[in-house]
Design a binder for this molecule. Structure first.
Ligand SMILES: NC(=O)c1ccc[n+]([C@@H]2O[C@H](COP(=O)([O-])OP(=O)(O)OC[C@H]3O[C@@H](n4cnc5c(N)ncnc54)[C@H](OP(=O)(O)O)[C@@H]3O)[C@@H](O)[C@H]2O)c1
Length: 388
């Protein structure tokens, strides 16, 4: 179906209370077939729920990887045909081609999920007791579920599958902070160290990925050195050094094309969540598919529809001194649903936060919100890091 041409305004009532405060939204004349990946996730599930309550506008299909998530979708009225089970890393191609069949649009809500390291909470607690500032918990990711795999390769596979299936629009729920190399999100996870082509395959890790002359392979620290087969002397030397300093030295020595050059935070070499997400975003922008990329601020599980939304670009909303830095997942989900139909959302990439409830009238006109801020986030910094 033609996305923009099909859009027309209508007034939705979601509950007796909601009827009192009518919300102007947009619907389609024929149901739009929408695939939601990460439909068991906290925001992805809300997108699915919102699509499922509008059967005349949308025919939703959710990709989930657990029985629990599938049961949740069934509880919201999804039929078996509307649920595709599978892990994007295990049987991704099969799952995606099944999910995308006949689809008009795709909402990508998958994400690598950082897990807190329990022992790292001890220094955090001690710091709290002693009043020491700046001590944060440490995070990691499940084996082979690193940002590189989920946020870059997993999202790239989804974009490729969408394109192959003739999907017309792709919405990505990503994250703010991508332009700030020092952003906390860009430092977590003890992720992958970047190593040179052909030399390393960390034990128990995913196969390294070729990337502009460098190979990216997860190493879990200096103890991974024995797993690094036939590493050249220079590489052995840098791994034997404290990791942070060594990788920066390595990146410097291998020029700007080496992705390691981009990842520095107090010398941290770790390619991170936002960079991998951003790489997928840039891939989508370059794909020629109609797209909307939403970068929420800190996600909170509060009721949606109560706050005024604010959009901007390039992390200005989380710059030093900014007042509003968070947004309910329900409001992010609503914007994504609106973006499926609004012409104003086509080929846009925006940051998103919300004011506090009561501070300003809640946003109801999403087209106006997007029209008022016509700029898009820049990906100029990604030109050197996105693989050909
Ligand atoms: N947390 C924040 O404050 C914050 C702030 C800004 C932006 N964001 C971003 O906003 C987005 C939504 O966040 P969220 O907290 O709602 O996400 P979430 O609950 O962590 O959901 C992530 C989803 O991805 C799925 N997934 C991960 N690996 C997969 C795989 N291999 N195959 C299939 N599915 C896979 C997960 O499946 P399972 O359900 O089976 O685990 C889950 O449904 C994310 O990109 C996040 O990084 C978060």
């Amino acid at each position: 179906m033609a996305l923009a041409a099909a859009a027309r305004p209508f007034v939705a009532k979601t509950s007796p209370r909601a009827a009192a405060r009518r919300t102007t939204i947009v619907c389609a004349s024929d149901p739009m077939q929408v695939v939601v990946t990460g439909a068991g996730g906290r925001t992805g599930a809300l997108v699915m729920k919102k699509l499922l309550v509008r059967p005349s506008d949308f025919r939703a299909r959710g990709v989930v990887r657990s029985d629990k998530s599938a049961a949740q979708l069934r509880g919201w009225g999804a039929s078996d045909e509307q649920i595709v089970m599978g892990d994007l890393l295990e049987n991704g191609q099969e799952v995606l081609s099944k999910a995308m069949e006949g689809a008009d649009a795709l909402v990508i809500a998958t994400s690598a999920v950082p897990k807190i390291k329990p022992l790292s909470l001890i220094p955090v607690l001690l710091a709290k007791l002693t009043g020491k500032q700046g001590v944060r918990p440490e995070f990691t990711f499940k084996a082979d579920q690193y940002p590189e795999q989920i946020d870059w390769l997993g999202q790239k596979a989804q974009i490729d599958a969408a394109k192959a299936a003739g999907v017309k629009k792709v919405v990505i729920i990503s994250s703010m902070g991508g332009t700030q190399k020092d952003n906390f999100l860009n430092t977590i996870g003890n992720g992958n160290i970047l190593v040179r082509s052909g030399h390393c395959s960390g034990e128990g890790s995913a196969p390294p990925q070729q990337q502009q002359g460098c190979l990216v392979g997860p190493l879990r620290g200096p103890s991974s050195l024995p797993a690094c087969r036939s590493a050249p002397p220079d590489l052995r030397a840098i791994i034997a050094l404290p990791l942070c300093a060594s990788a920066v030295a390595y990146a410097k020595g291998h020029g700007p094309a080496c992705p390691a050059a981009s990842f520095r935070r107090r010398g941290s070499p770790f390619p991170t969540l936002q960079v991998w997400k951003r790489k997928a975003e840039k891939y989508l922008v370059d794909s020629g598919l109609t797209h909307t990329i939403v970068h929420p601020g800190g996600l909170i599980d509060k009721e949606g529809g109560k706050r005024q939304l604010i959009i901007d670009v390039d992390d200005k909303l989380i710059a030093e001194g900014s007042k509003h830095r968070s947004i309910p997942r329900a409001d992010v989900a609503e914007l994504c649903v609106q973006c499926l139909l609004l012409p104003e959302a086509e080929n846009r990439s925006v940051d998103l936060v919300s004011k506090e409830p009561g501070d300003a009238p809640p946003t109801t006109d999403f087209a106006a919100l997007l029209r008022e801020m016509p700029r898009n986030c820049s990906y100029a910094d990604m030109d050197a890091t996105v693989a050909a």
